[in-house]
Design a protein around this ligand. Structure first.
Ligand code: GDP
Ligand code: MG
Length: 163
């Protein structure tokens, strides 16, 4: 049976890049429904010997009104509720931001395993950000580069622990 993985985190951390790297077959974008379901993307993929069902959550980059935070929370909750594992992505180059804290708070309230990925870790400049991500309280961050395909074996090990 496939492991359902929800890729969550604030805009621009590299969620969709990771989704695209992991997803072999991309399923339909659910864009005909109102509200929070609209912005999720589903796909199947493989990581090592794991079959995955992936949920990519959109970042609402172009929503600027005050409902943004509420929508991001709701969408994250929906995706995580459907998933076996939440894959929480942060940007190691930027370190932990207030935006990341919002997602961390949502995830702490959910009774789901969280794998923390510190993305954009392909350069030495990201090391401080990886360390900072420890402070989010989800255990050891896995340094990855979704763009360059680095850290996938460690990501596999962390995700497989919850399969
Ligand atoms: P999302 O909003 O979280 O889905 O983020 P995207 O996947 O759209 O990526 C946001 C930006 O970060 C894009 O310009 C990506 O090319 C870039 N990006 C994603 N992964 C990496 C990475 O591993 N390293 C670097 N340097 N950039 C990345
Ligand atoms: Mg995206």
């Amino acid at each position: 049976m496939a492991l359902k993985v929800a890729i969550v985190g604030r805009p621009n951390v590299g969620k969709s890049t990771l989704f695209n790297r992991l997803a072999g077959k991309k399923l339909a974008i659910v864009d005909d429904q109102p509200g929070v379901t609209r912005d999720r993307r589903f796909g199947t993929g493989r990581l090592g010997d794991l079959d995955l069902e992936l949920i990519d959550t959109a970042g609402f980059e172009d929503v600027t009104d005050e409902s943004l935070e509420a929508r991001m929370r709701a969408q994250t909750e929906l995706a995580v509720d459907e998933a076996d594992v939440a894959l929480f992505v942060v940007d190691a180059r930027e370190g932990v931001t207030p935006g990341d804290e919002i997602f961390a708070e949502v995830l702490r309230r959910k009774n789901k395993p969280v794998v923390l990925a510190a993305n954009k870790s392909e350069s030495k400049a990201s090391e401080a950000g990886v360390l900072e991500a420890f402070g989010l309280g989800f255990g050891e961050p896995i340094p990855i580069s979704a763009e360059h395909g680095e850290g996938m074996a460690d990501l596999y090990a962390a995700v497989a622990a919850h399969a």
